[in-house]
Design a protein around this ligand. Structure first.
Ligand code: ADP
Ligand code: MG
Length: 698
């Protein structure tokens, strides 16, 4: 039997009780599981600092010296603090224990040489270490003085004595037992081309590095391997899919497109729009089915790109549909499209849940007999009853409500799957998009139409509300409208609602001269739409809302977005909310209101918002601050994020490399037949069976 499949219980130092804990807390059941449980950081224990060099902003450090005196102070009822005065001949610092005097005296003696390891702090002007790790200098092994790995452990593990140090000992024991080299999982042409060390070396070094360089080389190799197989899997899936389904070939640019372009298009396309149209046209004409994600900040002109793509389908004798996440948005799209296509002989209809009876039948018939060219709607479009004569192109607005399953339902609506264009304003950093949507191509509109005034973002404290109210008043007197957003705290929906209701009542008192609307997630859809409609049509001047307004509403006349308790929102969410304003010609404002008490991270978020309007910059920052798991809209998107070592927020370059290598192999061996790749295909098969939730992306 493969030694790595051995039950972890049989490793020296484990046994049944620890096995139980390791398996429950970390899922470590076999030698392999332990070997693949990687340290999250290292501390360089080759370096010994002088006490005189220490300062409290340093991370973990070690010093070497002697205890010259013990001192005790009372800290409460029968509780004592022990301080050991420690010197290395260059300075003095304090080692402190807040309980367990007995333990200290039993273990440490005066005038013996110790190596002390810990995080320096400062107390009463003196450097101090509380509860440091202490080793007898004479007994310290040379090996322990290398790079010390740190493993994540849980409270339960620590209680059972399985500290990071204990995990370290176990992995070292295990590595000592591995006399044979570990199996290689990447072919030599990749490892040599990218200068990656072998898997065997990487797994040994990751736990047992001798130098910083060792840790880096080991990590790069293991991260690459992990990301490479993720990409290989996604691309395999995509290439299978492409061969199973042919795409419609829309190579004609015909009357409708040309008429629109020369007569109806009221402005010049931006450079970015032109580039993206080029990409889309190439896709649609190329014979494979288009699956393209169109990213662009709010107001960048995605709708127009979508419209022109639909005209291409129409010119080639097919119908198109456009799907929006809400009824209001669907209606807005309908109006926009009808406006753009005025005077052209095209039939454009709406299909949402509120279209019923005779009207509904007419639309369904029109789709069946092909007399409707474009239908705009909500998820209602996915119902089985909705049948097309020849659906060639589907546009989906706002991807995060549209998963793989929905895409599949669209495919079912025509002979071949229609070309699909998914529009999103959520700026997904490229590396992330590549990892999650490996089977979608990505187009980016990174340029706003000319003449836009960038939104001004300001930070105000909650004691400045009166002047803020005056500002709001002024804007409304100028004829503009205002959003006021309350945060939603998931822990207590009742409290949230109360918060919003109280706030709404207070605002009604503050602004008796204006009319206010209110929307929140607990309202019935109909009620919500009605309130929203009042604001859209200008009957009300202020819309008080929770984040339900986040997605896509377009009220060009609204020029102020006030976000209360802004510290409670994530960056992406703030940016999405801000995108509701700045859609008209007027100067728009986004006001972030917080209390004076802000954590470092929060004030960083607020600063970023005030500094930039660039959605991609914000998304990158967000990814770094929060980690990808939290990024909105990616959770249901398919591929699981249980990466063991790679971090897509930081490892963008490795993602890119992995993608390129995987693509080369897929292109070279689309049938998975070539023997030089058999190692890869076999490994992929094993991974599909075990590791990641691969199934959900196919
Ligand atoms: P998005 O869907 O990306 O948020 P829209 O397509 O709604 O953006 O465009 C926002 C506004 O900008 C619309 O009023 C649209 O007509 C206008 N617009 C789009 N492209 C251009 C352009 N090239 N030049 C000027 N205005 C444009
Ligand atoms: Mg839009």
């Amino acid at each position: 039997m493969d030694i790595l499949s051995q039950d972890i219980m049989y490793l020296q130092g484990v046994g049944p009780r620890k096995k139980e804990i390791l398996s429950r807390e970390l899922g470590i059941r076999t030698y392999r599981d332990l070997l693949e449980y990687f340290p999250y950081k290292y501390v360089d224990r080759t370096k010994v600092y002088l006490i005189s060099e220490l300062s409290p902003d340093m991370p973990f450090v070690q010093i070497k010296g002697r205890i010259i005196r013990f001192e005790e102070t009372e800290t409460g009822k029968r509780r004592k603090r022990v301080i050991a005065h420690f010197t290395d001949g260059h300075g003095i610092c304090d080692l402190v224990w807040f309980n367990g005097t007995k333990y200290v005296y039993q273990n440490y003696q005066l005038n013996r040489e110790y190596v002390v390891f810990g995080k320096p702090g400062v107390f009463n002007g003196r450097i101090q270490f509380s509860h440091p790790d202490i080793d007898d200098a004479a007994q310290l092994q040379l090996n322990d003085m290398g790079m010390q790995p740190f493993y994540i452990t849980t409270e339960k593990m620590k209680k059972a004595g399985i500290t990071s140090r204990a995990v370290e000992k176990l992995t070292k024991t295990l590595i000592g037992k591995l006399s044979e080299p570990l199996e290689e999982t990447l072919p030599p042409f990749i490892t040599s081309h990218l200068h990656l060390i072998s898997r065997d070396a990487a797994l040994r070094k990751i736990h047992y590095p001798r130098s910083v360089d060792d840790t880096q080389r080991a990590r790069v190799r293991l991260k690459f391997e992990e990301l490479f197989y993720v990409q290989l899997n996604i691309l395999r899936y995509a290439s299978d899919h492409r061969r199973k389904y042919r795409g419609y070939i829309f190579n004609r640019i015909g009357a409708q497109f040309n008429w629109f372009y020369t007569h109806n298009l009221p402005f010049e396309l931006t450079g970015a729009q032109k580039r993206v149209m080029h990409e889309i046209r190439a896709d649609m004409a190329g014979g494979r089915q288009m699956n393209r994600l169109l990213q662009g900040d709010v107001g960048s002109g995605k709708t127009l790109v979508a419209l022109m793509s639909m005209l291409i389908a129409i010119d080639n004798g097919y119908q198109a549909c456009m799907m929006a996440p809400t009824e209001i948005l669907a209606e807005q799209h309908l109006q926009t499209l009808r406006n753009f296509l005025k005077g052209m002989n095209l039939r454009i209809e709406l299909l949402t849940g509120i279209i019923k009876g005779k009207r509904r039948r007419e639309v369904l018939d029109g789709l069946m007999d092909g007399s409707i060219h474009i239908v705009v709607g909500t998820h209602a479009l996915l119902e089985d009853k909705v049948q097309f004569h020849r659906l060639g192109m589907a546009v989906v607005d706002e991807q995060h409500r549209f998963g793989v399953a929905q895409r599949a339902r669209l495919w079912g609506k025509s002979e071949n799957p229609p070309h699909i264009l998914v529009m999103t304003a959520t700026p997904i950093p490229r590396t992330l998009a590549m990892t999650i949507y490996g089977d979608l191509d990505v187009s980016v509109i990174d340029e706003l139409p000319p003449g836009r005034k960038p939104i001004q973002t300001l930070h105000k404290y909650d004691d400045q509300m009166p002047s803020l109210y005056n500002g709001i008043r002024q804007q409304i007197h100028l004829g503009r409208q205002v959003y006021i957003v309350y945060p939603l705290i998931k822990e207590s929906e009742r409290m949230d609602l109360k918060n919003l209701e109280d706030g709404f009542a207070a605002l009604c008192d503050i602004f008796p001269e204006f009319r206010l609307s209110k929307v929140h997630g607990k309202m019935k859809d109909k009620e919500k739409e009605a309130e929203m409609q009042k604001f859209v049509s200008g009957q009300t001047q202020i819309l008080v809302a929770t984040t339900v307004i986040e997605v896509g509403v377009n009220v060009p006349n609204a020029s102020v977005m006030v976000i209360l308790d802004a510290q409670r929102f994530g960056l992406s969410q703030l940016h999405q909310l801000r995108g509701r304003v700045g859609r008209g010609a007027d100067q728009s404002y986004c006001i972030l209101v917080t209390s004076h008490r802000l954590t470092k991270e929060t004030s960083r978020r607020i600063d970023i918002m005030c500094e930039t309007n660039d959605g991609f910059e914000i998304a990158e920052a967000d990814l770094k601050l929060r980690g990808p798991g939290d990024l909105e809209g990616t959770q249901q998107s398919g591929i699981a994020f249980d990466l063991k070592i790679a971090d897509i927020a930081r490892d963008g370059q490795i993602v890119q490399m992995a993608r390129e290598e995987a693509q080369k192999i897929i292109d070279d061996d689309p049938d998975c037949r070539k023997s030089e790749y058999s190692l890869l295909w076999n490994r992929l098969k094993t991974l599909r069976k075990t590791n990641i939730d691969w199934a959900s992306i196919s």
